[in-house]
Design a binder for this molecule. Structure first.
Ligand code: AMP
Length: 223
């Protein structure tokens, strides 16, 4: 299945932190013109630029809690209102609560509703290792893992030579909190989207190449 063969889609990537949503989204976006709307990346940019939203969001993010719904919903609505959002897009990390899912439903309306909701399923005991080992390149954003996808030289990106960093919220205390928050607040969305008939489960406890193949397959089928 080639990526260019895909029709237009409006997809949500669901799954626990560390399930590989961002890695898969980056691979998809690298191969065709698809918007990758990652609320985590957008918030980290706000924090980096010290905007008003960034200042409000930072303490929630660092401690592994969710940023309040009203702030996130406004940020995503604003993004989806921009003219380039008429192409295919992936929402990665949004929605994460039932109120966010309901706000998204009403923002999109009937005729530009979600085409696919992909659920990346990984056993919870694997997630901790994935998060604890995750390293992000501070220059190009590539994602590596000390255990499962190490770079040739420790701390240096194989792709661009940039320095690898560990996210503040991938440190142990925040990881435990994020997984708890996921179970309590985000897992209920599986039932929400199953009821709408758009949920597709992907076994994400495999190599990223196999997961990507299954993702392309899922996106090529009409929901
Ligand atoms: P992520 O990169 O998706 O793991 O997001 C990093 C952090 O940003 C999360 O732990 C939350 O603090 C915040 N965040 C990202 N997306 C959302 C969202 N949809 N709702 C609330 N907080 C979010």
């Amino acid at each position: 299945m080639s990526v260019t063969a895909l029709g237009r889609f409006r997809a949500v990537f669901l799954g626990a932190p560390g399930a590989g949503k961002g890695t898969q989204a980056k691979q998809l976006v690298g191969s065709q013109s698809v918007l990758h709307i990652s609320t985590g990346d957008m918030l980290r940019e706000h924090v980096g630029q010290d905007t008003e939203l960034g200042r409000k969001a930072k303490s929630y993010m660092d401690s592994g809690q969710l940023v309040p719904d009203d702030l996130i919903i406004a940020m995503v609505q604003d993004r989806l209102d921009r003219p380039d959002a008429d192409q295919s897009w992936i929402l990665d990390g949004f929605p994460r609560t039932v109120p966010q899912a309901m706000a998204l439903d009403s923002c999109l309306g009937e005729e530009r509703g979600l085409s696919h909701v992909l659920y990346f399923r990984v056993p919870s005991e694997k997630l901790v290792e994935r998060l604890a080992g995750r390293q992000t390149c501070s220059s190009c954003g590539a994602i590596w893992n000390r255990f499962s996808k190490p770079t040739q030289q420790e701390g240096v990106c194989d792709l661009c030579g940039g320095t690898l960093t560990q996210r503040e919220d991938d440190k142990p205390e925040a990881v435990t909190k994020r997984l708890e928050v996921y179970t309590a607040q985000t897992e209920p969305l599986l039932a929400h989207y199953r009821d709408q008939g758009v949920l597709v489960e992907i076994d994400a406890d495999r190599s990223s190449e196999l997961v990507f193949e299954e993702l392309l397959n899922a996106l090529s089928q009409d929901a």
